[in-house]
Design a protein around this ligand. Structure first.
Ligand code: PLP
Length: 399
């Protein structure tokens, strides 16, 4: 079958759920991918922040191939060595004592919501199930994570909403403080809002929430699905803010593009789950965990996070200098290698023009152009992306 036939047949065989680029990517190396026509692109989307080691990474490919030849899947009816190793590695490098593995970000958040409810149920506080999340947040597409997500557009048509969620403005601590009551089980927040437009909170926002949760006995759940695994130059983004949560969810980058998710918690909270309470057929399977081990080990290797931090500074300063010259850039936002520019007009057309010129970026929250390169990106690749962005912004309308 000719490659163009695939594009035409997409609509015939697949649910019409995505606004896709008219491009089929077939291979990649490092920060570059090629489409079915042989055209090359510099990839600043990285599979939506998942391919943190880029494409065709030797060590990751080796780990996947080796494990695939041994065992792909056995189910959690058995002990799984790569799962134990990955959990050990993760807990040795963050606040958490225990890990539960699943397959996606939404599933990890779904697990976190269940864990928070179960925790208070175990304590006999049966009315304490409300979870406060933020306006503009994004937590996933399952029914509970949709209810948690602070954007009504995603819920429209799927009513009735799952009960027990309310939303407050991101970054406004006083409003959150007033919203917490004796029936509040948890506060769920992204350290930096990703889909919501790469919004970085005031530096005291997360520490204040942490203290509020300590004072009121509420649990603090951090959604690090997009910001974790080195994206911001720290292993987890909350390390920038000098605080720790009770529960954390991780997914996207964790296995370099192989589907995985994880729920991490302190012992005190994790013990609310006992056998039979929560489970996943594929969660923590040998293949995904072998990939996760290779990726996590790489992220924690000498100099890796320093590299991310330095490239992040370079990207941010290049975006800042573009902002000096292009009035349509209202703001540059981000930490490390999650960066964005907020435009005074819709951004989708700019992303399309960039793609035609061989650079993949994505537009989120209408006006925000988001940059999520593989964490192995070089300054030269950043400069190459910036030059194309500069020319596209110069053109003014992005088409
Ligand atoms: C992408 C994302 C999710 C959902 O992850 P899926 O793997 O698509 O279910 C949840 N939370 C945040 C912060 C995300 O960026």
């Amino acid at each position: 079958m000719e490659s163009m036939d695939f594009l035409a047949m997409n609509g015939r065989y697949l649910f019409n759920t995505y606004g896709r680029n008219p491009v089929m990517l077939v291979e990649g190396t490092g920060c570059r991918v090629r489409d079915s026509e042989g055209k090359e692109y510099l990839d600043f989307i990285a599979g939506l922040a998942a391919c943190i080691l880029g494409h065709g990474h030797e060590r990751l490919a080796d780990a996947i191939c080796k494990q695939a030849r041994k065992l792909v899947h056995v189910s959690n009816l058995f002990h799984i060595e790569p799962q134990i190793r990955l959990a050990k590695l993760l807990t040795e490098h963050c606040f958490a004592d225990k890990v539960f593995f699943c397959n996606s970000g939404a599933e990890a958040n779904e697990g976190a919501i269940k864990l928070a409810r179960k925790y208070f149920h175990e304590r006999g506080e049966h009315d304490r199930y409300h979870i406060i999340t933020m306006d503009n947040s994004f937590h996933g597409r399952t029914l509970a994570t949709l209810a948690a997500t602070g954007q009504t557009k995603y819920r429209k048509g799927f009513e009735p909403d799952v009960q027990g969620f309310s939303h407050v403005p991101f970054g406004e601590f006083e409003t959150l403080e007033r919203a917490v009551s004796s029936t509040t089980a948890a506060v769920l927040v992204e350290p930096i809002q990703g889909e919501g437009g790469v919004r970085v909170p005031p530096s005291d926002f997360l520490p204040n929430i942490s203290k509020l949760c300590d004072d009121t006995g509420c649990l603090l759940i951090l959604d690090e699905v997009q910001t974790g695994m080195g994206r911001t130059g720290k292993f987890f983004a909350h390390e920038h803010f000098g605080m720790t949560p009770d529960i954390m969810t991780v997914a996207k980058g964790m296995a370099g593009g192989v589907a995985i998710g994880a729920l991490l918690a302190t012992d005190r909270v994790a013990q609310a789950f006992v056998p039979g309470n929560h489970a996943s057929t594929f969660g923590g399977n040998p293949l995904a965990c072998a990939a996760g081990l290779a990726v996590t080990d790489e992220v924690l290797s000498d100099g890796f996070l320093k590299h991310v931090e330095a490239r992040g500074r370079h990207l941010e300063s290049r975006l800042q200098s573009l902002a000096q010259r292009h009035d349509m850039i209202r703001e540059v936002r981000g930490i490390g290698l999650i960066q964005a520019i907020d435009l005074d007009r819709p951004g989708a057309a700019f992303a399309s023009t960039m793609r035609d010129k061989g650079v993949l970026i994505n537009c989120t929250a209408e006006t925000v152009l988001r940059f999520l390169p593989p964490l192995i990106v070089t300054d030269a690749e950043i400069d190459e992306m910036i030059a194309v962005l500069d020319s596209v912004l110069m053109d003014g309308r992005g088409s």
